[in-house]
Design a protein around this ligand. Sequence first.
Ligand code: HEM
Length: 400
Amino acid sequence: MINQSTDRSTFETTNPYSFYEEIRAIHPVYKGRFLKYPGWYVTGYQEALTILKDNRFQTRTPLPETTKKYEALKNIQNHMMLFKNPPDHARLRMLVSHHFTPASIEKYRPFIEKIARNLWDDIKHKRKIDVISDFAFPFTSLVIAKIIGIPDNDKNIFREWALSLIQSIDLTRSRRTIVNGNKTTLEMLSFLKNLIQKRRESSKDDLISELLSQEEDRKLTEEELLATSVLLVIAGHETTVNLISNSLYCFLTNPKEYQKLIENPSLIESAIEECLRYESPTQMIARIASEDVELNKVQIKKGDHVYVLIGAANRDSKQFSNADVFDITRNPNPHLAFGSGTHFCLGSTLARLEAQIAIQTVLQKTLNIQLETKEVEWRQLVGFRAIKEMHINFDNPSKN
Ligand code: HEM
C-alpha cells in the first residue's frame, strides 16, 4: 500500500531522470495522474520486465474515440502489429520478420557503410552541421527506403511524416497533433498506394513486392499491407535518428568515454548498448491490464493503464551499478531500450548496425568535434527521448 505521493503534476521532459527517481523512491509501480488517463508508472527494472513479458498486459488501442477528423489515422494504427494482440499480432509480425534477422540485416552492411561515407563526404566541408537534419535523418531515410523499396528521390518527404506521426503516437498529443497526424496519414497512404500499384505492374526485390505477393495469397489484407509499410517507415526513422543523435550527445558530453572509443574502436558495440541504456530513444511503453494483477504489493485492476518507463528502468540502481554513469565498457548491460516480450523491437539489429556505422563514420571523419552550445533542446515528448537540433563543429582529419 502506498501512502506517499509526489507534488508534481506533470512530466519533466528535459531531464526526466530526476522525476523518475522521485517516483521510484515512493514505489517502483507508482499510481499517478501525469497524463490524460491516470495509471501506474513503472520505474523499477524488474517490474518493467515482468509487465513486458506478461501478456495479461496488452498493448492499448492507439486512439480511444473515433471522429471523422482522424478516422484514417485511427484505422491505419488499428492495423499495425504494434497495436495488435495475439493471435493477429504473430501473423503480421511473421510476414516481415525474416527481413530483419541478423543474417538478413548483415547483408546490408556494405550498403549502409557506403551511405554513411557518402553523406559525410558531402557535408564535411561545412565543418559545422546539424547532426540531425544533415546526417542522421538522410542516413536512416536512405537505409529504410532501400529495404522497403521506396525510391531514393522520395526520401525527403519522410521527415515531416515521421515527425507528425510520432507526435500523434506520443501521449502528450493534443487534438491538433492528432488531426495533423490524420492529414499526414492520408498523404502517406496516397504515396504508398501509388508505389504499390507500380510494384503490382512490375515487382522488385524489396519488402513491398514481397508483401504484395502475400496479399495475393490472402495472408494479409491491403489495409494491413499499408499499415505495415507506414509502421516500418516511421519506426525505421524516428527512433534510429534519435539513437544516433543521443549517442553522439552522450559521447560529446562524456569526452573521456569518447576518447576511450577513439583509442579502442572495437568497443563500438558495447558503446552503443550503453547509449541505448543511458539515453533510451523510446522512454515509455503503454499497456492496459486485461485482468486484475498483483505486482510488488500493488493491486493493478483490469482496465488500468500501465506506463512502463523503460528510460527509468534502464537507470534503476537495483539492476545497474552506477546507473547514472555513462560507461561504454559496461558488461553485462541487459537494458530494455528495445522493449521485451511479444512486441520486442523488430528492427533492433538494424538500429544497432546503423548506429554503430554512423558513430564509426563520425569517429573516422572528424577531429576536435564539439557541441556548438553546451545545452541542447529536447523535444517535449514523454514516450521518446529526442533532441530537436544538434549543432556541432569539427575539423577534418587531413588523411580524409
Ligand atoms: C534505436 C532505434 C529503435 C528503438 C529504440 C526501438 C524501440 C522499440 C520498442 C521499445 C518497441 C516495443 C514497443 C512495445 O512493446 O509497445 C519497438 C517495436 C517495434 N519496432 Fe522498434 N525501435 C527502433 C528501431 C526500429 C527500426 C529500425 C525498425 C524497423 C525498421 C523498428 C520496427 C519496430 C516494429 C515493427 C515494432 C513493433 C513490433 C511488434 O509489435 O511486434 N524499430 N521498437
